[in-house]
Design a protein. Structure first.
Length: 222
């Protein structure tokens, strides 16, 4: 099962270690970065499900980091800050942060906030994708229909196509699929991903619906 990946941008490494240990016990994969410039770069190169962002950082204010992330990505951002000025909280939310947690706090509250934000994003992404798509995805029954026709899929095929529907019109890398589809083993090869995508194409009956992007991955066309 693929783990949900969190980037923690925090220069208090002692706190980061405590939170990382707690979150990893819950099944999250956490990467900590205390350099805000490097953190913004990492987000361009690696897939993450959520960002935990401190505001007091060396060389670049956390509010600037929040703005830089939001300009490029629609990813959940939880602010974790010792700054108590309500102006910071208001500004962070205006810049696109999804939640604001004043330090100190109990890690259990952070856990609850993470789950809440992730649920909202998943529901929003699925609703947005399905409203403009001929595909309908029902995660409760693990079924997908295309123009009203049910597509018979294995668990892994369902996960791949469901993720592509969520990202419809965007390029999805093989690494994205490995990290975000629970039914795919993290040790899966690019070839095995290609084989599964090939089977999905055949089952859809229209191989042109999934476009291959050379050297990267795939795109489900609108």
């Amino acid at each position: 099962m693929a783990k949900e990946r969190i980037l923690m941008i925090e220069d208090d490494l002692e706190l980061a270690e405590i939170l990382t240990e707690y979150l990893e016990k819950l099944g999250f994969e956490v990467e900590v970065e205390d350099d805000p410039f490097k953190a913004v770069s990492i987000l361009k190169l690696k897939p993450f499900n959520l960002v935990i962002l401190d505001l007091t950082l060396p060389g670049m204010d956390g509010l600037e980091v929040c703005e830089a992330i939001r300009e490029r990505q629609d990813i959940p951002i939880i602010i974790s800050s010792a700054r108590s000025d309500v102006t910071d909280k208001v500004k962070a939310l205006e810049l696109g942060a999804d939640d604001y947690m004043p330090k100190p706090y109990d890690p259990r509250e952070l856990e609850a906030r993470i789950h809440s934000v992730l649920r909202r994003y998943e529901a929003k992404a699925q609703s947005k994708a399905e409203n403009k798509s001929d595909f309908k995805c029902d995660r409760d029954t693990m079924t997908i229909t295309y123009k009203g026709r049910n597509i018979g899929l294995t668990n892994a095929e369902f996960g791949i196509l469901a993720y592509m529907i969520q990202k419809q019109g965007l390029v999805v890398s093989r690494e994205d699929l490995i990290h975000n589809v629970n039914a795919i083993n993290e040790d899966s090869s690019n070839k095995s991903i290609d084989v599964m995508v090939g089977r999905i194409r055949s089952k859809l009956g229209d191989k042109s619906l999934i476009e291959s992007v050379r050297g990267v991955g795939y795109k489900l066309l609108k």
